[in-house]
Write a protein that binds this ligand. Structure first.
Ligand code: BV8
Length: 225
């Protein structure tokens, strides 16, 4: 049984990581164009560093929830036949015990040098770490995340996993951001069954063969176990 699981901000919401869209969503108070595009970073790198520094500080204070732990159990049971791809840039899947996580939108706890492309751990205020330890460049570090208009990571690997999937499960995503939002159609066109686990209806709900609604920390363990 080949399975692909896609997660979004909703799986980390009960850990205390804010989602993007919704009342106190991350995009509230920030224009996406200003904090999640390469143009915004070029215009005002300090603003963007502050946006990600705040999220990094918050991430270091939260813990994985039962949904993350349940997916780690599933990975152990399914061994190599589970592909876990996340839109999230937090490390809660890893801390919850998942052995392999494809971060298609990058990782909050990493920075990348815009001169040499070097990727390094980053757990502090990146705007102060202005020298690249890999190439010695000055003021050349950016968050290692995928902004709007940038190519997501791991698309080839995810594409082939979707092609051979028997089951595609989407957990905690609004289904508004592409190419992730198109994965369900790719899986269905390859003959996979599709299941959505989400707090409420998403933009893609009617495409799924089955949908269950509720908080991920209850839905995911009930489904896995
Ligand atoms: C690309 C940065 C080219 C990192 C993010 C028109 C049509 C189609 C596409 C486009 C278009 N115009 C522009 C595009 C492309 C664009 C796009 O899709 N725009 C949208 C807005 C229309 N996409 C891109 O630019 C992407 N790159 O297309 O490259 C390309 C691609 C493929 C092949 C060739 C070329 C890059 C997209 C990545 C952008 N970066 N963030 C960061 O700061 O985190 S996007 C941002 O939104 C996050 O990464 C996040 O992952 C993503 C999706 O959000 P969700 O995870 O779904 O979170 P959200 O808050 O929206 O929803 C939360 C859900 O959880 C809700 O449904 C809620 O009900 C649920 N929930 C809440 N609590 C719980 C819960 N569920 C369960 N339990 C709970 N307790």
């Amino acid at each position: 049984m080949n399975m692909v699981i896609l997660t979004g901000a909703g799986i980390s919401a009960e850990s205390g990581v804010p989602v993007f869209r919704g009342d106190d969503g991350l995009w509230e108070g920030h224009r996406v164009e200003d904090v999640a595009t390469p143009e915004g970073f070029r215009r005002d790198p300090q603003l963007v560093h502050e946006f990600y520094n705040k999220r990094r500080e918050k991430l270091l204070t939260v813990e994985p929830n039962p949904a993350h732990h349940a997916l780690a159990r599933l990975a152990r049971d399914l061994k190599g036949s589970l592909t876990l791809v996340t839109q999230n840039i937090d490390d809660l899947h890893e801390r919850g015990g998942s052995p392999e996580v494809l971060h298609m939108h990058g990782e909050l706890l990493k920075s990348r040098c815009t001169q040499c492309g070097g990727v390094m751990e980053c757990r502090e205020d990146m705007s102060r770490a202005s020298i690249c330890p890999a190439c010695g460049g000055i003021d050349c570090l950016r968050p290692h995340v995928v902004w709007f208009g940038e190519m997501p990571f791991h698309l080839d690997e995810v594409g082939s996993a979707l092609h051979r999937a028997d089951l595609f499960v989407s957990i905690g995503t609004s289904g508004r951001v592409y190419p992730a939002a198109g994965f369900v159609e790719l899986a269905a066109s390859s003959g996979a069954r599709t299941l959505e686990l989400n707090l409420e209806e998403s933009a893609a709900t009617e495409v799924f063969s089955e949908c269950r609604q509720g908080p991920a920390s209850e839905l995911v363990p009930a489904w896995v176990d």
